[in-house]
Ligand binder design. Structure first.
Ligand SMILES: O=P(O)(O)OC[C@H]1O[C@@H](O)[C@H](O)[C@@H](O)[C@@H]1O
Length: 327
């Protein structure tokens, strides 16, 4: 299943037959997909995103401070761990700059695929991987190279029990061989109360313009038999499910709040939402192409699918806050 949703593009839905997996959005697809999809009011995870025009992270400080540790993780790869007094925790691997774990009050909310490799070469499949500078297939490798490059820590802070780390990725020989541009991406991850927050800033430090597409390809832990994703109503959808026979959505609206209802999240209450630079959403589950383990997660991805063009010295910023909603 792959469903790409964009705000404000009119009333039609385009179906693309190239891809095998299936769509599961709400109960309308019940008969197509062959499993039951139902919302659970006591089980909700809200994905919200906020817009920012600022290019400053406002973060400074030493690396090893209270609330922030670095360890050797799987495969001996360096992993940064954040925790706060509200019992939120997360882990970010420098390989790929990927958040592999986010726990709220002891409950894991992200999913790392069982076939994920931690060899420092291939991308780590799961958690919150980057797709940059290309989302999906295209001129360079699928989902770009940022997810299999080594990011560096450039700042840490922990003010008001808000542990934060800022990672940086800059062009190198490997990236320039595929995508011949000089760039800097800064990616900050922090825990604010129960929320997991990120800010991504892409800066053009070249002398020529460049364009990119990008996404945070988030894998949420979920029992696929009991999951519903809401917030996609009214968006134009590009549906890669060859089985779907009719448009998935029909009217115009804007991408606002996305919420995931699943057995796994024993959570409730909606969090307010503000529109974002992550203007698009991608809903994906591999279904039978990964038949051993498609049941345990749903990807709800925050994306920018229309290319962003940056002139020299310009930057682009997008923020995301993911809020578990307590009972
Ligand atoms: O398998 P990858 O490269 O990690 O990407 C995961 C999936 O990402 C989705 O967004 C794509 O629609 C799929 O085609 C792809 O398989």
């Amino acid at each position: 299943m792959a469903l790409l949703c964009k705000p404000g593009f009119g009333a039609t839905t385009t179906l693309n037959k190239e891809f095998v997996p299936r769509v599961c959005v709400g109960s309308r697809h019940q008969s197509v997909v062959g499993f039951r999809l139902r919302p659970f009011s006591n089980a909700r995870l809200c994905v919200r995103a906020t817009q920012s025009t600022s290019v400053s992270t406002g973060i400074s400080g030493q690396f090893a401070i209270a609330g922030i540790n670095v360890d050797a993780g799987e495969g001996g790869l360096p992993v940064v761990k954040l925790h706060n007094k509200q019992k939120s925790e997360c882990q970010i691997y420098l390989h790929g700059g990927v958040i592999t774990s986010w726990k709220s009050k002891g409950k894991e909310l992200l999913h790392v695929r069982p076939d994920a490799v931690f060899d420092g070469v291939k991308p780590i499949s799961g958690g919150v991987p980057h797709c940059f500078p290309q989302f999906g297939p295209g001129a360079i490798q699928q989902h770009g190279f940022a997810r299999n490059c080594s990011w560096e820590v450039v700042a840490t802070s922990n003010e008001d029990d808000t542990p934060c780390v800022t990672l940086r990725l800059v062009d190198n020989e490997y990236s320039r061989a595929m995508w011949n541009f000089k760039f800097v991406v800064k990616y900050s991850v922090w825990l604010q109360g129960d929320n997991l927050c990120t800010e991504m800033i892409v800066k053009n430090v070249d002398e020529k313009p460049f364009s990119f597409t990008t996404a945070l390809h988030t894998y949420f832990k979920a029992d696929i038999k009991g999951v519903t994703v809401t917030g996609l109503n009214g968006l134009k959808c590009f549906d890669k499910d060859p089985v779907t026979k009719e448009p998935v959505q029909s009217s115009e609206d804007s991408l606002s709040e996305l919420a995931i209802y699943s057995w796994v999240f024993h959570l409730s209450e909606v969090v307010p939402f503000v529109a974002c630079r992550w203007s698009d959403a991608v809903l994906w589950n591999p279904y039978m192409t990964m038949k051993l383990y498609y049941k345990d997660f749903v990807c709800v991805e925050n994306a920018k699918l229309d290319p962003v063009t940056l002139q020299p010295r310009d930057s682009w910023t997008a923020k995301l806050t993911i809020s578990p909603l307590s009972e």
